[in-house]
Design a protein around this ligand. Structure first.
Ligand SMILES: *Cc1c(COP(=O)(O)O)cnc(C)c1O
Length: 405
């Protein structure tokens, strides 16, 4: 008789956003006259920029003609896209990354989940708390995280790095030395980031301890302050200790079209000299048949002059929402952070309310939906995430309602 992978059975409860959707549905059924505004989910709302749409149309037409039709894409991605990536995302920032270190994919969520496959099953992971749940859950599915404790909401074989107000929501070096360190800056959910000098310390720490950093830079386009690195490869020595994940989802609105890439430097080797770049190439070639040609052309258009200008305008629109939300909450007496280099605002719940109590309170009294911080880990308890991905009008209206509470 076959057996299911019981690592999956150890995973905690239902997915955070399903629980939220259920509560919102129930509220709407009970209160059909109320207009609910969602500042909850981390998904973009603006349509794809005109330069991207134009490129999509052109690529679709190429598919209709024998001479320009494309079948399977090259495993690692088309050269036109990978060279645009190298030039714009790395060379332009003084970071050294070559084209054969870029692996084009269908997004950073799947890459952040899959990348653990090229590491030994007894490697120990360290994560920030609160955390983007994908990092932990995929390691749990792979059997790397030990047992889940329902009381503490922690896994027995994971090193947690609490990110709290007293450290500006940045992690500290853990007491126990990890093998794999997940870092995400600018951060989802807290919106926090670290300076390039602080990131350099993590790179040095990883090199000294022979650990690898899996660096999720999905929000790099939202960085507005000069002291923040856009890529970990701006730090000296990152090529021997870091993998970087990138996504077109938040930078350019590809959440529905799907495109991302991962950088695995050739200098990244384990203690026996095994090249991780070769392993990831092997994995990619075996389990992935490439991102669609049409979408890779759309990705190329993000790096055109028009594409850059148009996507910058979209990001400015979201970041203006972030400002409205953050300033409005501050004026209403809330303790808030984030929202400067990321589209996320992280607020402390008032009057000692738990994250879920505040969720219910906000839904019932302001008809505004956000995300309970505790859903991202125990250190998120007492916090709440609002996103800037809504419309300007809804962001303003939501804040007006919250101010009246
Ligand atoms: C949205 C997001 C991503 C991007 O995922 P895609 O699969 O590329 O859409 C990656 N990491 C974090 C932390 C995110 O919030």
């Amino acid at each position: 008789m076959f057996k299911a992978n019981d690592n999956y059975l150890k995973l905690p409860g239902s997915y955070l956003f399903s629980t939220i959707a259920k509560k919102v549905r129930e509220y709407k059924v009970a209160n059909p006259d109320k207009e609910v505004i969602s500042l909850g989910i981390g998904d973009v709302t603006q349509p794809l920029a005109p330069a991207i749409i134009e490129s999509l149309h052109k690529a679709v037409d190429e598919m209709a003609v024998k001479e320009t039709f494309k079948g399977y894409a090259p495993d690692l991605g088309y050269e036109f896209l990978r060279s645009a990536i190298v030039k714009n995302d790395f060379e332009a920032r003084g970071a050294k990354v070559s084209i054969d270190e870029i692996f084009v994919s269908d997004g950073a969520k799947s890459d952040s989940g899959n990348i653990q496959e090229i590491f030994s099953s007894d490697n120990k992971i360290a994560v920030c708390d609160p955390v983007y749940p994908v990092y932990v859950d995929t390691n749990a599915m792979a059997g790397r995280t030990g047992d889940y404790n329902k009381e503490t909401e922690l896994w027995s074989n994971v090193i947690y790095m609490p990110c709290k107000a007293e450290n500006n929501f940045a992690p500290e070096f853990p007491k126990e030395t990890p093998d794999i360190i997940y870092l995400c800056f600018p951060n989802n959910p807290t919106g926090a980031t670290v300076s390039k000098a602080e990131l350099q310390k993590w790179v040095d720490y990883a090199n000294e301890n022979k650990a690898v950093i899996i660096y999720d830079a999905a929000y790099e386009a939202y960085i507005s302050e000069d002291y923040v690195a856009h890529s970990i490869y701006e730090c000296d020595g990152a090529r021997t200790c870091a993998i970087e994940l990138r996504s077109f989802s938040k930078n350019a609105g590809f959440t529905g079209t799907r495109l991302g890439y991962t950088v695995v430097p050739k200098d990244l080797k384990d203690e026996n000299g095994t090249s991780l770049n070769a392993l990831w190439a092997r994995r990619h070639g075996t389990k992935f048949n490439g991102a669609p040609y049409i979408i890779q052309r759309a990705g190329e258009a993000v790096y055109s002059e028009e594409g850059k200008r148009q996507t910058r305008e979209q990001i400015a629109y979201y970041m203006n929402n972030a400002k409205v939300i953050k300033e409005g909450l501050k004026a209403a007496g809330y303790s808030v952070s984030g929202g400067v280099n990321a589209p996320y605002i992280w607020l402390a719940t008032p009057d000692g309310m738990s994250s879920w109590e505040f969720f219910d309170y906000l839904l019932a009294n302001a008809n505004v939906v956000g995300t309970p911080g505790s859903g991202f880990g125990p250190s998120g308890e007492g916090y709440f995430r609002l996103t800037a991905f809504g419309t300007y009008e809804n962001s303003v209206e939501a804040i007006e309602r919250i101010k009246k509470l």
